[in-house]
Design a protein around this ligand. Structure first.
Ligand SMILES: NC(=O)c1ccc[n+]([C@@H]2O[C@H](COP(=O)([O-])OP(=O)(O)OC[C@H]3O[C@@H](n4cnc5c(N)ncnc54)[C@H](OP(=O)(O)O)[C@@H]3O)[C@@H](O)[C@H]2O)c1
Length: 508
């Protein structure tokens, strides 16, 4: 499985290779953490790779006043610190910064000033009134900003307009629908780009390439050959500075509703008729619709929630969730979720999809394991096969991106002894290039108008439809989440969830 070519197929043929048209990107929340750590470093790296159009401008906006020069100075330091390429190329930065502006929008006058600045930049820089709006503010401000875009005529009179919306998209099905309705008063659905940054990761896109560019996987990618699927998104970090947000969200809203269900959709979907936004998203939404709702009476056997207590991560003592700053002493927010799901369709009937995510787990890893059925006839003795695990194809999303296939091999001794071995494909070693950051891929796609890697309203709607009843049942339950020690793989009840089916979690 070791590839020798250094041509990355994800960049070479599959994605549209068009350069974006002249345009302006307007970032609301332009002074925030996301902008400093992710968006600006991504835009700078796109500039470094000459992937931005010649006529381009970036206008940051927030309520606080900043001059263009103050803004540029702030971002110079932020990009220097957070860019994936170091050190900062001062020459490229200088040109990049000349296209960088700031307009405060504390009130209506601010939005009028923003419109005037955008109109002026169109003339000065030739950006043709093509505008990409990016909502990078706290989600409570999304609706007001979208309305202001409409009321103050921020869409150009000519040119295209699109809007990128950061996660979380709503906090339940109803609020997500309301937000979509509000956005649709100003933008058509094909102008709305809802970000799930997992979809921008190279290895997530590689799920589609693996499955649909190769002939060998698809024939066995179904209930006849697959025993079950395990999707794991494990973090070692705790709640960090996000207490206010996380207390309200929990692992279900933060990770399961979006990232895990999108991974499940990509793994389980039927082959799309084309590699374009409509066909790919049509197939994903079919999977999400086929995802069986977990009924209240089935909840204990299908869903487990946990919360970390103090423990050790890599030998360092860490506090429990309830001891973290900003967290209620009796908080019932889940920091861990394990689920058993079923996709009720022809391909997957009866095949469990086990999912788990958690904070303060022993290892940072995101992976999808397709575990195959055992050989139908055991030719070798039980003793000889003692070291044999079931065959598994593991798609590693992060870190150490790659794919490995686990199968049994003969141990080189006299007689037959079998042990499981791995055949490995390692992304870094095979392509010898740094993968672009997910935000680079997604911003570039949004500028090009390619929505394939963004979630459509019906996908988001189905995702909430699956998680809402579980969240509601947990909220109504008098029981708190199960506790697990920081540095462990979650509560024992999560092990029981899979072990009751005669299976076990992979040692990720
Ligand atoms: N940080 C991350 O790593 C991360 C990751 C994934 C998703 N997100 C999402 O990205 C969004 C931003 O997160 P963040 O961590 O960057 O938050 P943050 O650090 O608190 O920054 C918020 C930014 O929004 C501005 N702002 C607030 N209200 C505004 C309004 N009404 N109009 C214009 N600007 C306004 C703030 O500046 P003023 O106070 O001066 O207005 C600030 O620039 C959130 O929705 C978050 O869920 C963040």
């Amino acid at each position: 499985m070791v590839a020798t070519t250094i041509v990355n197929p994800l960049r070479e043929g599959l994605r549209l290779a068009r350069t974006p048209e002249p345009s302006t990107i307007v970032i609301f929340g332009g002074s925030g953490d996301l902008t400093q750590r992710k968006l600006m470093p991504a835009l700078y790296n796109l500039a470094l790779q000459r992937l931005l159009p010649g006529s381009f401008s970036i206008v940051g906006s927030a309520r606080q006043p900043l001059t263009d020069d103050q803004y540029r100075a702030e971002l110079h330091d932020a990009v220097g610190e957070h860019s994936r390429t170091k050190p900062l190329n001062e020459e490229v930065w200088k040109t990049f910064a000349e296209h960088l502006f700031f307009v405060p929008t504390p009130d209506d006058h601010g939005y009028d000033a923003l419109r005037e600045r955008l109109d002026h930049l169109d003339v000065e820089l030739g950006t043709n009134a093509n505008r990409l709006f990016y909502l990078a503010t706290p989600p409570g401000s999304y609706a007001a900003i979208v309305k202001a875009i409409g009321v103050h005529g921020l869409r150009g009179r000519t040119g295209w307009a699109r809007i990128v919306v950061e996660k979380p998209f709503g906090r339940d099905r109803q609020s997500a629908r309301e937000l979509t309705e509000t956005i649709h008063q100003v933008f058509r659905e094909d102008e709305v780009f809802r970000i799930d940054h997992y979809l921008g990761k190279e290895t997530v896109q590689n799920i589609l390439v693996m499955r649909f560019a190769n002939g060998i996987f698809e024939p066995i990618w179904n209930r006849q050959y697959v025993d079950h699927v395990q999707i794991t998104a494990a973090e070692t970090i705790g709640v960090e500075e996000r207490a206010g947000y996380y207390e309200q969200a929990g692992a279900m809203r933060d990770i399961v509703q979006n990232h895990l269900l999108q991974l499940l959709a990509l793994v389980a979907m039927e082959p799309p008729a084309a590699f374009d936004d409509k066909a790919v998203r049509d197939e994903k939404v079919k999977v999400l619709r086929a995802l069986r709702a977990i009924r209240a009476e089935d909840l204990p056997d299908h869903a487990v929630r946990g919360q970390y207590t103090h423990g050790f991560i890599e030998g360092v003592a860490v506090p429990g969730y309830r001891e973290e700053p900003g967290i209620a002493k009796d908080s019932r927010t889940e920091t861990y979720v394990a689920l058993k799901g079923f996709v009720d369709n022809w391909r997957w009937e009866g095949t469990p999809f086990y999912m788990r995510t958690g904070k303060r787990l022993p290892k940072r890893t995101t992976e999808i394991a397709i575990q195959f059925r055992v050989a139908p006839h055991q030719l070798f003795s039980r003793e000889a096969s003692a070291g044999l695990d079931p065959n598994a194809l593991v798609l590693r999303i992060q870190p150490d991106e790659g794919v490995s296939l686990k199968f049994g091999a003969k141990v080189p001794v006299q007689g037959i002894r079998i042990r499981s071995v791995n055949m490995d494909f390692d992304y870094g070693a095979s392509f010898m290039v740094d993968a672009p950051d997910a935000y680079e891929t997604l911003i570039l796609d949004a500028l090009r108008g390619d929505a394939t890697l963004f979630t459509r309203r019906d996908e988001v709607d189905q995702q909430w439809a699956f998680v809402d009843p579980i969240i509601a049942a947990w909220a109504a339950s008098p029981e708190p989440p199960y506790f697990y020690e920081a540095g462990s793989w979650g509560p024992p009840e999560a092990d029981a969830l899979i072990e009751q089916d005669g299976r076990e979690w992979r040692k990720a």
